[in-house]
Design a protein around this ligand. Structure first.
Ligand code: NI
Length: 223
C-alpha cells in the first residue's frame, strides 16, 4: 500500500531563508528526511502530527494554528498527519549559516592557494568586482589595487618579491559580510631578507567570494 505524500510549496528561497508550506491530506506523510538547517514551524491549521523517529519510536505532536516552535539542525523523522482533517504548516529554514560556512571555506581555500603560490586558485576565490589593499603603501589604506587584473598582478608581484613564503598559524572567522584571517607570515625576499611577522586580512564578501582583501601586519621596530 502506498501512502499519500505531503505537498511542499516553496514560498521563498534566498541566501538566508527557505520558507516551505507543507500541506497534508489526512494520512499523508513527508517520508523520512534529515533537516539540514535549524528551522521554525508555524502551524497554519490545528492538527495532530505523528512522528516516526529513528529506532522505531513514535510520538504525537499537537499543532495549534499560529503557535510556532523551533528545532535544531539534524532532526531525522517521518511526519504524518494522523488527524481526520487536512493540515498545513510553514517550515522556515535558516540557511544563512550555509553562506557563512561557504565563506569560511573560501578563506581556508584562499590561504591554501597562497601557500601553493597558485595565482589562479587565489583569483578563483575573488569576486568579479574585487580589490586588494596592501599592508603598506603611500596612502593610509595601503597600496590599492582595484579590478581583477590589478589584483592578480599584485598577488603575482607578491610571490615574485618573496621566492620563499609561508602563511602559518592561520585562523579564519566570518561575521556577516566581513571575514577575518589571522596568520603568521614567514618569508625570504629577493634580497635574502627574512620576514617573520604576524598579521591579518579583513575581507568583504560579495556572495561567497572575496570582494576586498584588506591586509594588516605588525611593524617591527629596530634600533
Ligand atoms: Ni521534518
Amino acid at each position: 500500500m502506498t501512502t499519500a505524500k505531503a505537498e511542499p510549496i516553496t514560498h521563498l528561497d534566498d541566501d538566508r531563508f527557505t520558507v516551505t508550506e507543507w500541506r497534508f491530506a489526512p494520512g499523508a506523510e513527508t517520508g523520512w528526511h534529515v533537516h539540514g538547517h535549524d528551522y521554525v514551524v508555524v502551524p497554519l491549521t490545528d492538527g495532530t502530527l505523528g512522528l516516526d523517529l529513528p529506532g522505531g519510536e513514535q510520538v504525537k505532536a499537537a499543532l495549534k494554528q499560529g503557535l510556532p516552535y523551533s528545532r535544531r539542525v539534524g532532526v531525522n523523522h517521518n511526519v504524518t498527519n494522523i488527524g481526520d482533517a487536512p493540515l498545513a504548516f510553514l517550515e522556515i529554514e535558516a540557511t544563512h549559516h550555509v553562506l557563512s560556512d561557504r565563506r569560511h571555506e573560501v578563506l581556508v581555500r584562499f590561504m591554501a592557494a597562497w601557500n601553493a603560490r597558485d595565482v589562479d586558485a587565489l583569483m578563483d576565490c575573488m569576486a568579479a568586482d574585487c580589490a586588494f589593499h596592501a599592508s603598506s603603501g603611500a596612502e593610509g589604506t595601503g597600496a590599492r589595487h582595484s579590478g581583477r587584473d590589478a589584483v592578480r598582478a599584485a598577488y603575482a608581484a607578491l610571490f615574485d618579491g618573496f621566492p620563499q613564503a609561508a602563511w602559518t598559524e592561520d585562523r579564519h572567522h566570518v561575521a556577516g559580510d566581513t571575514g577575518l584571517s589571522e596568520w603568521r607570515f614567514i618569508g625570504t625576499d629577493r634580497a635574502g631578507g627574512r620576514v617573520d611577522v604576524q598579521g591579518c586580512d579583513i575581507f568583504r564578501f560579495d556572495g561567497e567570494l572575496i570582494a576586498l582583501k584588506d591586509s594588516y601586519r605588525k611593524a617591527r621596530l629596530t634600533g
